[in-house]
Design a binder for this molecule. Structure first.
Ligand SMILES: Nc1ncnc2c1ncn2[C@@H]1O[C@H](COP(=O)(O)OP(=O)(O)OP(=O)(O)O)[C@@H](O)[C@H]1O
Ligand SMILES: [Mg+2]
Length: 360
């Protein structure tokens, strides 16, 4: 069973533009008129013919001028125009409404009185909802981001803890030296992550990618995955083709491989075959990580890339691993697919678009 990362279909707003235009006039440019105008400006079908208010400093008139919509202090000539479909009266002046009916073109409909108040209430409510939604999205984004960071920092932290424990029981100086080197490397990786966050916070897109050797990165990822899991009875097969590179940031590529390997090892419950493949096929790079684990059910398969989807026990997994993997793969224009059979195993394959020509 194969599942490819889903692309959200684009919904075109142009459809609305092909529908007939509605020519609208707004009478009254105070708070209500301004709010209406603001909403109407976002609706492609609505064509604003003009806005009127006795007070030339009314906020709605200012906004209309900024958008090059005709404004006037004298509403009557405006509403006589023959091409108007709708006059929205938010003047709040009942005596003026009779004037409108007397002077308007017969084809123009009028929305006034209680109806225009209801419309205004709806718009106010929607604008409040938009503000709340925007804030909720910002908060949700922060949560996802924070959990993503925690997730990425955990891997090198595992190494630091494991190595520090090993040093406590070690008397051989050569081994201690080796453990200390691993601790330094892991700490440097945390430093890179924290530097990335600073970049992210500054919304800087100046990320430098360069041809990163795939084989070394897979080996490095395997080391990390071994530390982060109980790896006792897992056999690793490495089908590498030499000198394959992927244009990327090395720590991001590493993050992809580590996540896929840890998932594979967990799925095998510490026993099985982990096959790592990296090959160059007609100018594209194919990397796959296959396991002989428990597989993914048809019910779970469409959900595994969703943020926070996990089948692990509470506290054991954040469900952000594959979500992060997919984000990184997409960033490098790669394609991530998964093929799984329950009880037999799973293979995650990534196709990266092109290989640096000097490294073929
Ligand atoms: N190789 C695999 N074999 C079987 N199931 C898998 C495999 N990889 C992922 N899954 C399923 O997909 C789910 C989501 O994986 P993901 O990596 O996003 O989160 P997680 O591993 O549960 O938690 P985290 O990665 O945050 O520790 C897993 O809980 C598991 O059910
Ligand atoms: Mg995972």
């Amino acid at each position: 069973m194969t599942h490819t990362q889903g692309e959200t279909p684009l919904v075109s707003e142009r459809q609305a533009e092909t529908q007939p235009r509605i020519n609208v006039v707004i009478l009254g440019a105070g708070k209500g008129g301004r709010a209406l105008l603001e909403s109407f400006l976002n609706l492609p079908r609505i064509h604003l013919i003009g806005v009127a208010d006795k007070d030339e400093k009314a906020p709605g008139l200012k906004l209309a001028r900024r958008h090059h919509i005709p404004t006037t202090q004298d509403a009557l000539p405006l509403i006589q125009q023959p091409d108007i479909h709708l006059i929205v009266d938010v003047t709040g002046d009942p005596s003026f409404s009779q004037n409108i009916y007397r002077h308007k073109h017969p084809n123009a409909e009028v929305l006034g009185g209680a109806a225009s108040k209801v419309l205004w209430d709806i718009i106010q409510h929607e604008s409040l909802m938009q503000t709340r939604l925007f804030q909720a999205e910002k908060l949700a984004g922060m949560g996802t981001f924070a959990s993503g960071i925690a997730h990425d920092i955990n891997n090198p932290l595992y190494i630091i803890l494991a190595m520090a424990e090993a040093i406590q029981d070690e008397t051989d100086t050569a081994s201690i030296h080796q453990y200390a080197t691993s601790i330094r490397d892991a700490a440097q990786r945390i430093q890179t992550i924290s530097q990335n966050i600073t970049h992210y916070a500054r919304a800087s897109q100046s990320e430098e990618s360069f041809p990163v050797p795939v084989q070394e990165t897979l080996d490095e990822a395997l080391k990390i995955a071994k530390f982060a899991t109980k790896f006792h009875e897992i056999t690793v097969i490495q089908n590498y083709h030499d000198h394959i590179t992927i244009d990327s940031k090395p720590e991001e590529l590493l993050q992809v491989f580590v996540n896929l390997m840890i998932n594979a090892i967990h799925a095998m419950e510490n026993q099985g075959l982990l096959t790592l493949t990296a090959e160059n096929q007609n100018g594209v790079v194919l990397v796959s990580i296959a396991d002989t684990g428990k597989g993914i059910s048809a019910e779970h398969l469409p959900k595994i890339f969703d943020p926070f989807f996990t089948t692990k026990a509470p506290g054991k997994g954040t469900g952000l691993g594959l979500y992060n993997v997919r984000s990184i793969v997409r960033k490098y224009k790669g394609e991530l697919t998964v093929d799984s059979q329950v009880g037999k195993g799973t293979i995650f394959s990534i196709v990266f678009p092109s290989v640096d020509p000097t490294h073929k």
